[in-house]
Design a protein around this ligand. Structure first.
Ligand SMILES: [Zn+2]
Length: 302
């Protein structure tokens, strides 16, 4: 693990997820903390080696691999935790994650460390409708948080010194190749987020699951491309139950679901497309013993 500098005050720690670090003298603000206490321990050790004290943690969203190290770090540093609304609920009550994936008391397999990190108290719940300034006092530069929803309901990005820490708003080609269909829980807002990123002109972008870059357009394009392909495929199916559609989608995209976690995450990704297409008027729903989806219009969505 090492601390890579981006600009005067901005750094990141490359790893399973890229952790953001905003630094002023011996104080640091962390952006996300990794999967678990071991990740938290390694981050803290690295910061201590660099004479840095953690003042605050900004969690971009509530997936376990982004806030799992919070508790370990908070207990040792008294750092204050910032997180957006909704996401803060899950960070404080991680059981909500398997609960909403399963939509009832979950099977025990879903209560695992990838879906349920240790709970942490969130000190500042952020309502981020627009760019919002966070004040860390002292000589800290202006830190703005901004909405990047889609991958999760209220995901935020962090902007400082013309660097955008853009969380899971885009995934690398490698990640897309591996998982085939990345998890976007709100397709409409994900498209808006991608369009915002496309038009943006930051000097540096730090996604959590892709290399840092000066030009985000290629990443935006490959993420948009997979969204378009899924939409087109779903429209081409014409009709089916959710389970029928999931099976066909997995065949088409060569996805093998091996366990409850993979099944429910993919189901979540699919349901996001179904609600989006239904809300746009391109799908109809019939209730004939089971829920049956039917394509109503063949035109393309925006
Ligand atoms: Zn995520």
């Amino acid at each position: 693990m090492k601390l890579e500098q981006i600009s005067e005050n901005t750094y990141y720690i490359p790893g399973a997820i890229n952790i953001g670090v905003i630094r002023v003298k011996n104080d640091a603000v962390l952006i996300d903390t990794g999967l678990d206490r071991e990740a938290g321990r390694r981050i803290l050790r690295l910061l201590e080696k660099n004479n840095l004290k953690v003042k605050a943690i900004i969690n971009t969203h509530s997936h376990a691999d982004h806030f799992g190290g919070d508790r370990y770090i908070v207990r040792r540093t008294n750092a204050k935790v910032y997180a957006p609304e909704i996401e803060a609920g899950i960070i404080q009550y991680p059981f909500l994650e398997p609960l909403y994936l399963y939509s009832a008391h979950p099977v025990k397999d879903l209560m695992n460390r990838f879906l349920m990190a240790e709970a942490t108290k969130v000190d500042f719940v952020l309502n981020v409708k627009n760019k919002t300034e966070l004040d860390f006092g002292g000589e800290f530069p202006i830190v703005d948080v901004l909405p990047l929803p889609g991958h999760s309901p209220n995901q935020i990005g962090v902007e400082v010194d013309n660097v955008l820490y853009c969380a899971d708003s885009v995934f690398s080609r490698k990640v897309i190749k591996k998982y085939k269909i990345p998890l976007f829980m709100d397709v409409e807002r994900q498209k808006q987020t991608l369009s915002f990123l496309e038009k943006s002109e930051y000097e540096h972008y730090v996604p959590c699951h892709a290399e840092t870059t000066n030009d985000i357009s290629e990443l935006v394009e490959s993420n948009l491309d997979v969204i378009r392909k899924v939409e087109e495929f779903l429209i081409s199916l014409k009709e089916g139950t959710t389970e029928d559609i999931l099976r066909k989608l997995c065949q088409e995209f060569e996805i093998k679901l091996n366990n409850f976690t993979e099944y429910y995450l993919m189901m979540s990704a699919l349901r996001a497309y179904l609600s989006y297409l239904y809300n746009e008027g391109l799908l109809a729903a019939n209730f004939d013993e089971v829920l049956y989806w039917k394509v109503t219009r063949l035109d393309k969505v925006g």
